[in-house]
Design a protein around this ligand. Sequence first.
Ligand SMILES: [Zn+2]
Ligand SMILES: [Zn+2]
Length: 404
Amino acid sequence: MINPLKGMKDLTFEESQRFVHIVTTAIAIAKRYGYSYIETPILEQTALFRRSVGESSDIVGKEMYQFVDKGSNDVCMRPEGTAGVVRAFVSAKLDRQQSAKYKFYYYGPMFRYERPQKGRLREFHQFGCESFGEGSVCEDFTTIEMIGDIFRELGIGYTLQINSLGCQECMPPYRENLVSFLDTHREDLCEDCNRRIESNPIRVLDCKNEKCKSILIESPKLIKNLCENCSSDFAKLKELLDSAGIGYEVDTNLVRGLDYYNKTAFEFVSSEIGAQSAIAGGGRYDKLVEYLDGKPTPAVGFAIGIERIMELVQMPEVIREGYYMGAMDEESVDMLFPLASSKRATDKVTVEYSAKKLKAHLKGADKVNAKYCAIIGEDEVRDGLIWIKDLDLGEEKRVPIGDF
Ligand SMILES: [Zn+2]
Ligand SMILES: [Zn+2]
């Protein structure tokens, strides 16, 4: 027997229904916010992720599904969605359109070669949105509002955490400040943090090590050293969230794992799934289009981890629907097909191809959750009738086949 690869799984029945419910709900809401669908390849040049996600990140450093293909190209299965969408935006020269605004949503599999654990697979799925060309912080607010709508519709509770990562004016002096603070605490910081002081000091703020966390309480805070522009944008964001009645916490250590975020960063977290608590994350990335050879274009986006919220979703009640059709003798089975064909114009129809006794058909109808069980037997053929039982109401009747 051939099983799926480690860290990968099949989704069927209950789980696949949850998956579809999450995706269709998110799509419906994204459309209301003016987003259109974008499909990008799962396989990209490795250089795309090296340049966008960044060499110093764990994703690029340790977790990529990277290989050389038969044409000697260095390729990689996408570890996240944003880089590919930005690449597609630049490939299609949409960055050249003067002041044009584009909003895309996507969903699909992502791949990271990490140790599989609960809620963290090697192949996992994300739903995400990317908005290009809008530099106003109002778009950051609208993006957050949209995610809130999606979670409300799915019946998922959350806490919203926000932060500002500053810009090219206020981030570099802060980074220097932070490095000199971290330098004086090297001995007490964990190995990872020591490495990050050189490669990506901002990521130190993100360390989950308790000792590191306690040291970082005293670290300089970017939020207190933002430039005027970043500071007024952050104030505006909080004001808009307040007026919309969207609760939030400011988390000064919220930095996101990826290098290309600036200004607004946010995470939606759930306390219902333990330590793996982020269920959605995103923010502004005004520099990424330029990094990938496009014209400077402001952008903001987010991704929701579908597996992370799978168990949190409140599924709509299962209701019986459509028809189960069967015959009680072999000769009548073929009569079912034209009837099923016309019913399918409006209803879900399941046809049983084997002749069976009534009791067996009723069981079959129940199993496929049909509302109606429609049966043809010898008597019905003789009288030109079809027997129908409404499984919700328990009512039975015979109707002329022509009226079915
Ligand atoms: Zn700034
Ligand atoms: Zn640490």
